[in-house]
Each structure stands twice: as structure tokens, then as C-alpha cells.
Design a binder for this molecule. Structure first.
Ligand code: URA
Length: 429
């Protein structure tokens, strides 16, 4: 039987600014997943979508077609409600690590199917793999059992979940077609809807270290994703959060795990604690759990108990010392004043070049590499004070990391001390 559509016709419709019909979308997504539509054809279609966009009905159907390309999970059998969080990715964004056990300690199961880092934003699995013995891959049966017993799981998304997106995302990554609101929204939401969570909180980052550099485009992405989730019956809320400067005081795998454990122990940087609690409250509300204060579960150690159980259940040793990079080099302030700007993208690229991230899928990462910040944006600094320390196993990486940091921070003599800039910019429902 001949194919119902021709790939070139579908590409041409989008190239000329037209709207794809449901059947055309179903066909092209399915045919691409099966290898009938070639990579170069899908790359051309993705570029046409980047340039000409999609109407809401197309985004909704494209998302549905990607969900239909694989399995759909269900957590309906669990004894407690589920809630999940997705971040669009940022520098120093270790929030998933304290958040998942915290929300579980409040009575909501958290199935956090995560990815690895690519480019300057870190990946949750890379961070956790710096813990000795911890393993990212679980079978669906193991995932369910851990959710019931421990309440929180952070693991790799299985190959069966939205395989069309796996293939398409890898293609977009190498064809300059990531930056498109319809493609990003459908990519994220196809995985989250297929996963079967009851409630979803989206942390949509805004600023230099994020995909979305300005609030208007972040809001449009958030609104598109909230509409997709809501239409699919998932209670979905988005928070627009600041990513113009790194979150917390660390960017890099083991460095970030250390900071996450500090938060679970009741300490940690104020911005990380603030965002963790804001997202936890949204997840609990979305799952229908009221009257539990997540701040109390951080303070009384119950979130830490779940963290230890979660790491242990996946083969990790929560008491093992974390890897430390062999070499360090600090950058000092050359004058006294206020650190008025510390740019997220500069720090993210520096951490990446030090070995914390990968340039190509499958590359190894260094567990100990990254950047440790001694001053945060808005803090007063003295001349000669270390502003940050770079960590790596390979000292030849320092120069390129320093180049990334060049121009990424400013100390101003009369600058205003401002430690209170809010992390959460806007809530979208
Ligand atoms: N994360 C995803 O999963 N997909 C995108 O397209 C962008 C970020």
C-alpha cells in the first residue's frame, strides 16, 4: 500500500506558512519514528516549524502523536497521589534533588523521569551518578515498587516513553531547531503526559542561562504547556523563575549534590530553599494534599530520610564521600563593591568547559568538575576576595573556562546590595 502522504508535500505546507491537518501530523510523526520519513526530511520540517510556528490545534495534535508513538504509564494503582515537576533547564538547577524527597515526605509520590545534560545546562542523572553505586535505569516494575515503598524516584525515562520525541530531540539538537515554542512545548509535554502523573508543575526558566531569554517568550512557552497539560487532564501549573544568575552557589555534578544535601539538612542557599518550597507547595496543591507544610518536613529531617531511602533503593550509598576534582583555581574580585551581575550563561559555559557537561550525547562527564560561587549577585565583596572557584580534573581546561567567565560579572563601587530579588517571577495557570 502506498503512503497516504508525501513527506515533501507536508514539508511544503509548513514552509509556505500553512496549517497541517491532524491526519498529516499523525502520519509524519509515525512515519518518522518508523524510519520511513528520513532525518533530512524531518529536519526540514522542524526548521519550517521554527520559522513559521504552529497554531494551538497543531501543537496539541503534534503532542498527541508523539504520545501515541510509545507507551503510556499509569500510577492509578498507587496508594498515594502523584505529582511531578519539570524544569526547562538552567545553571545550578539542582532543585529536583531536594524537591522529590521533600514532596514524598509530605505524602505525594514523585515519579521524576529525568535526562542527562547537554550543553551548558546540567542533567539531573549526571548529578546523581556522582554518588557511588547509584543507578539511573530502573524497570517499570522497579519504578512502581520504589514509588510505593519510598515515595520518590528519580530515574532515566525508559525508551518506551514518547520514542518519537527521543528521535526528534536528538535531530533538533544537531540541526539548530531546538528554539521553537511549539517544538519545545510538545517535546516536554508528550513525555510528561505519557508518564501519567496526576499533577505537574513546570519551572520555566527566564534569563541568560535559559532557553527563553525574555519574560514574554517564557510566558508564551508556559501558557502553551499549561494548556496542553490541562487539556490532557493533568493538573498543570507553571512558575516563571529567574535564570539570569545561577541558582545557589554551585554548578557541576557532585558540587550540586553536596548543596542539595545541605538543603535537605535544613541549610543551603536561600534561593534554592525558596524555589524548592515554592515548587513543593504547587505540587502538593496539584495533587490535592493540603495542610502539610513542606518547610516543616525539611526542618524535621523527614525529607532527608526519604532522600537516603531513595538513594539506597537505587544502589547508591548516601554516606559515601562525593568525588572532588583534582585541581582548583579561584577568580578574585579586583576591587571592593557589590557584585551587581553574575551571569548564569557565563558560569554555565565555564562549568561545562571544566568538564561538568558534555558536547555530544554519550560523552562522559567529570563528577567533580564545576564552579563554586563564593559571592552571589547582590552581595558585597572586598578587593582580593575569591568570587568563585573552578574545579576540574584537567587543568588545561582552566583557560577556556576563564574565557567563558570574561565579562560575566561586574563589581560596582556604589552598587546597591540586593540579596532579596525574588526567584519566582510569575505563576501561570
Ligand atoms: N527539553 C525537552 O525535553 N525538549 C525540548 O525541546 C527542550 C527541552
Amino acid at each position: 500500500m502506498s503512503a497516504p502522504y508525501d513527506a515533501v508535500d507536508v514539508i511544503s505546507i509548513k514552509r509556505d506558512g500553512g496549517v497541517l491537518g491532524d491526519a498529516q501530523i499523525d502520519w509524519v510523526v509515525d512515519a518518522y519514528t518508523r524510519g520511513v520519513v528520513a532525518d533530512e526530511q524531518m529536519a526540514a520540517l522542524a526548521m519550517a516549524i521554527v520559522l513559521n510556528g504552529m497554531v494551538p490545534a497543531e501543537v496539541a495534535h503534534w503532542t498527541a502523536a508523539m504520545i501515541a508513538s510509545g507507551e503510556q504509564m499509569s500510577f492509578a494503582e498507587l496508594s498515594r497521589p502523584t505529582a511531578d515537576k519539570h524544569s526547562t533547564g538552567g545553571v545550578g538547577d539542582k532543585i529536583t534533588l531536594p524537591l522529590a524527597p521533600l514532596v514524598a515526605a509530605c505524602g505525594v509520590a514523585v515519579p521524576q523521569l529525568s535526562g542527562r545534560g547537554l550543553g551548558h545546562t546540567g542533567g539531573t542523572l549526571d548529578k546523581l551518578e556522582s554518588i557511588a553505586g547509584w543507578r539511573a535505569s530502573l524497570t517499570n516494575a522497579e519504578l512502581m515498587a520504589q514509588l510505593e515503598d519510598v515515595g520518590a524516584v528519580i530515574c532515566a525515562a525508559g525508551a518506551g516513553l514518547a520514542p518519537a520525541d527521543k528521535k526528534l530531540y536528538a535531530l533538533r539538537d544537531v540541526t539548530g531547531t531546538v528554539e521553537s515554542i511549539p517544538l519545545i512545548a510538545s517535546s516536554i509535554m508528550s513525555k510528561k503526559i505519557a508518564e501519567g502523573t496526576r499533577a505537574l508543575v513546570l519551572d520555566v526558566k527566564v534569563g541568560s542561562g535559559a532557553f527563553m531569554k525574555d519574560v514574554d517568550s517564557a510566558r508564551e512557552l508556559a501558557e502553551t504547556m499549561v494548556a496542553l497539560g490541562t487539556d490532557a487532564g493533568v493538573h498543570t501549573v507553571a512558575l516563571l523563575t529567574d535564570m539570569s544568575t545561577p541558582l545557589g552557589r554551585t554548578a557541576g555534578n557532585a558540587l550540586e549534590v553536596r548543596e542539595a544535601v545541605e538543603v535537605l539538612a535544613g541549610g543551603g542557599p536561600a534561593d534554592v530553599v525558596e524555589l524548592t518550597l515554592a515548587l513543593a507547595r504547587e505540587m502538593l496543591a496539584g495533587a490535592g494534599v493540603h495542610g502539610v507544610d513542606p518547610a516543616e518536613r525539611l526542618a524535621d529531617g523527614s525529607a532527608m530520610d526519604v532522600w537516603r531511602a531513595m538513594i539506597t533503593a537505587q544502589g547508591g550509598d548516601p554516606d559515601a564521600s562525593l568525588p572532588i576534582a583534582r585541581e582548583t583555581q579561584s577568580v578574585v574580585a579586583d576591587s571592593e563593591g557589590v557584585l551587581t551581575r553574575l551571569d548564569a550563561l557565563s558560569v554555565g559555559v565555564a562549568a561545562w568547559r571544566l568538564g561538568a557537561g558534555r558536547a555530544r550525547q554519550g560523552d562522559p562527564v567529570q563528577a567533580g568538575a564545576g564552579v563554586e560561587l563564593h559571592a552571589k549577585q547582590g552581595e558585597a565583596v572586598r578587593a582580593g576576595q575569591p568570587l568563585l572557584t573552578m574545579h576540574t580534573d584537567e587543568p588545561e581546561r582552566f583557560d577556556r573556562a576563564l574565557t567563558a567567565l570574561d565579562g560575566g560579572w561586574s563589581v560596582e563601587p556604589g552598587g546597591a546590595v540586593d540579596q532579596q530579588s525574588p526567584v519566582v517571577i510569575q505563576r501561570i495557570t
